[in-house]
Ligand binder design. Structure first.
Ligand SMILES: [Zn+2]
Ligand SMILES: [Zn+2]
Length: 354
């Protein structure tokens, strides 16, 4: 996929965004998708599309899609296996994560496991040591053959490659259908509520479009930036509870807006722990949700953090000094089923969080 450099690549060489003559290639389709969603979100500035019910969909959607889908589904369940749950719930959480358009489950999990193993090393896919922009958004605007290869999937997500449901979600057609379903649901529900409230076709149309803009476009962009902030801000600013080998930090702002993902130093010290908040003030809505599921009998084998005194300080550098709990499958040499795995077609998150 690397291929010959395009005019975009040469331009990025010139401004030193990409190393000259490197194998990295700018991905205009992903950049256009990111830019397009930001433009669509700006439709929220049109007064005719303002409605308080639509605005309320943003925090609700951040919880439904961002917290349940990304934090709990993609991150704490699929990536780190911090708990177990019924199969139907795992599938539902995964689909909610896909709705965020932060990459497919396989790409998200692979990149995030790679990040844990090489955190803030030169081979970290999104370390802010390169630059804030790179860690926040730049890294997934380029195709890096060293990252997006079959061997990456083989090494980091071999467990998920056996999952037929996960593999179905890799197909671009499935991703498109999920996106269109989101559009349809928000348009339809907005139209019904608008008709009931205003009692007119115009009122139904106004509410319908308002719910689409705020409930899908604005919410998606907000969830993106929250996730991307975990990659960028929490490796730059904040305090540390643990002496990990990387630059991970507990960032109060990201911790609160992300519903718990910003307690990132805690997470790098104990990656499998389903709770990222380890001190009483480190509020973790994602873990509270998992705890609630546990009480309802919908989650079990929930991995709790060890007392801080029992966590061995990590003072070295490099993968060999990684937290001992890192969930990275052992390297394998035999090829596995990777037919549906391709280079990313949508932006990846911690991957694209955390
Ligand atoms: Zn993680
Ligand atoms: Zn990190």
């Amino acid at each position: 996929m690397s291929g010959r450099p395009t005019v975009f690549d040469r331009l990025l060489w010139r401004v030193n965004f990409l190393p000259r003559d490197s194998a990295l290639r700018f991905q205009p389709r992903i950049a256009a998708g990111i830019f397009g969603f930001h433009l669509l979100a700006l439709l929220a500035c049109i007064p005719w599309l303002f409605d308080w019910s639509a605005v309320a969909l943003v925090p609700l959607g951040m919880y439904l899609f961002g917290t349940l889908g990304i934090n709990i589904g993609f991150h704490r369940l699929l990536t780190h296996r911090g708990f177990e749950c019924p199969r139907w719930l795992e599938c539902a959480l995964t689909v909610l994560g896909v709705c965020c358009r932060e990459g497919t489950p396989l790409s998200w999990v692979a990149i995030h496991r790679m990040h844990h193993q090489h955190s803030d090393d030169p081979t970290d896919p999104h370390t802010p040591k390169a630059s804030f922009f790179w860690s926040h958004v730049g890294w997934f605007l380029v195709y890096d053959p060293a990252v997006w290869s079959i061997s990456t999937y083989d090494r980091y997500v071999r467990d998920l490659l056996r999952d037929r449901f996960i593999k179905k979600l890799e197909k671009p057609r499935t991703q498109q259908r999920i996106l269109l379903a989101q559009f349809a649901v928000f348009l339809a529900l907005g139209a019904i509520v608008g008709a009931l409230v205003h009692g007119s076709w115009l009122g139904a149309l106004q509410m319908s479009l308002s719910w689409l803009v705020w409930g899908v476009f604005v919410r998606t962009v907000v969830v993106w930036h929250v996730t991307w902030s975990v990659n960028s801000l929490t490796h730059m600013w904040g305090y540390r509870n643990y002496n990990t080998h990387d630059d991970s930090r507990n960032n109060l702002f990201v911790g609160l807006v992300s519903n718990g993902e910003g307690w990132h130093n805690n997470h790098h010290a104990q990656p499998r722990a389903a709770a990222h908040g380890h001190r009483w003030w480190e509020f973790d809505v994602s873990f509270i949700t998992i705890w609630g599921l546990e009480k309802l009998g919908l989650a079990w084998n929930v991995v709790r953090p060890k007392p801080r005194a029992d966590v061995t300080p990590v003072t070295g550098s490099g993968a060999e000094s990684h937290p001992t709990e890192a969930v990275v499958p052992a390297p394998v040499t035999a090829p596995v089923e990777v037919a549906v795995v391709a280079a990313p077609t949508v932006p990846a998150g911690p991957g694209s969080a955390a």
